[in-house]
Design a protein around this ligand. Structure first.
Ligand code: FAD
Ligand code: UDP
Length: 368
């Protein structure tokens, strides 16, 4: 069969492109997906205990741009949910990101907002932090850096914050007030019937075909198409010609407990103790009612091809330089669009990916 477009990867980047191309250009699209399901890392499903879980770790949506929100509203309604995280510091639960309450609790003080803001300015020593360590110390000082960031980042990335780009921590704010939502975006929530359901709706157009359980390299030479939209790993596309880009992976230990509640909050971070970084209780995000509850305990680990999944691009010097070499090749491709977290080797959150896909589509012009 002939296709106008072949899309590699059925994550949000791939599905949005498929939807746009089939709806607007009436193009015939084939999505090739390596895994046995669509949805990419947003994939959620009901486990054997009937609890809706996110297979690849907790995902909550936050959007600053109404353009992104309006686009997704075509495919889902929303469960009202504002993400809040607590951190376990020496057995005590404190709000994270750091806010006035976090500071007062740990320092055993009673600062008000003005005093706290003044305190924070004392920590500032640069306008241009050179790495993630400087970015954090610059905001909250050495003690809070060591309490919340140093060990967590070592666990999460297998690298010292000094080796990582300041952007690694840029999504984590510091609040001078008592605000304890993880993000302040105007639009936040979870798709009411889950991410997989939302993305199924997105690619329901009969012009879209989906081939699961298939690495695109095993079939691509037999296909007839005009353009390729690639959302898989950038280095894999080029057969690792310049060497392998590093990714960080994760292992999720799933436990279901025969009790209504496991912990008092949806997500609790463990910045210092234990090998894991956080525990998520899904019901507390999705609002599902059940006498049982399922949790994920999240263990970061090294990525090895064909053993586990490449989740996080690593923003250090070596990988940034290597990515640049691959990006130069990619920029010369006339009939391939590289899009998404893996193909652009960027630490994208979902709002970034939706925006990048809508932007990539609008850049394509009107021809089919
Ligand atoms: P992906 O979702 O990774 O999709 C790429 C797809 O390509 C995958 O399905 C993959 O199997 C497929 N593929 C790869 N290689 C091939 C191949 N050779 N052949 C065929 N198919 C291939 N963002 C938020 O905004 N909020 C959150 O709370 C949040 N939490 C996260 C938690 C975790 C643990 C992780 C890892 C990420 C989180 N993110 C979150 C980020 C979010 O997952 C990404 O922004 C999003 O998945 C990127 O979409 P994508 O389409 O670029 O890539
Ligand atoms: N981070 C940390 N301690 C925490 C939470 C985050 O050190 O309790 C650092 C860590 O390096 C992490 C980065 O901040 O990778 C970004 O955090 P975010 O919650 O945005 O991570 P993600 O959503 O990508 O897992």
């Amino acid at each position: 069969m002939k296709f106008d477009y072949v899309i590699v990867g059925a994550g949000p980047a791939g599905c949005i492109m498929a939807e746009r191309l089939s709806t607007e250009k009436k193009a015939r699209v084939l999505i090739i997906e390596k895994r046995d399901h669509i949805g990419g890392n947003l994939y959620d499903y009901y486990n054997d205990e009937g609890i809706l879980i996110h297979k690849y770790g907790p995902h909550f949506f936050f959007f600053f741009k109404s353009e992104v929100w309006e686009y997704l509203n075509k495919f889902t309604t929303w469960h009202y949910y504002e993400h809040k995280v607590m951190a376990n510091v020496k057995g005590q639960l404190v709000p994270f990101p750091i806010n006035l309450d976090t500071y007062n609790t740990l320092y055993n003080t009673n600062l008000n907002q003005v005093e706290f803001e003044k305190k924070l300015t004392e920590f500032k020593f640069t306008d241009e932090p050179k790495n993630a360590e400087e970015a954090i110390i610059n905001q909250v000082g050495q003690y809070l850096y060591e309490t919340f960031f140093l060990q967590y980042t070592l666990k999460q990335w297998g690298k010292h914050p000094r080796e990582l780009h300041a952007d690694t921590v840029k999504r984590v704010p510091v609040r001078i007030d008592r605000e304890n939502r993880y993000q302040l975006a105007k639009y936040q929530g979870l798709p009411k019937k889950g991410y997989t359901h939302m993305m199924k709706n997105m690619i329901s157009n009969p012009l879209i075909s989906v081939m699961l359980n298939t690495d695109y390299k095993t079939v691509i030479s037999d296909l007839s198409y005009k353009k390729l939209i690639y959302t898989g790993p950038l280095d894999y596309f080029y057969d690792y010609r310049f060497g392998k880009l590093e990714y960080r992976s994760l292992r999720f230990e799933e436990q279901t407990h025969n009790q209504d509640e496991y912990q008092a909050h949806a997500v609790i971070n463990y910045p210092n103790n234990y090998d894991f970084t956080r525990i998520t209780e899904y019901k507390k995000m999705t609002g599902q009612m059940s006498p049982k509850t399922t949790i994920h305990i999240e263990f970061p680990e090294a990525y090895t091809e064909n053993i586990n999944d490449p989740y996080y691009p690593i923003l250090d010097k070596i990988n940034t330089e290597l990515k640049e070499k691959y990006s130069q090749l990619a920029a010369q491709e006339k009939d391939v669009i590289f899009l998404g977290r893996l193909a652009e080797y960027r630490y994208y959150a979902m709002d970034d990916v939706v925006e990048a896909a809508l932007h990539a589509y609008s850049k394509m012009g009107s021809s089919k």
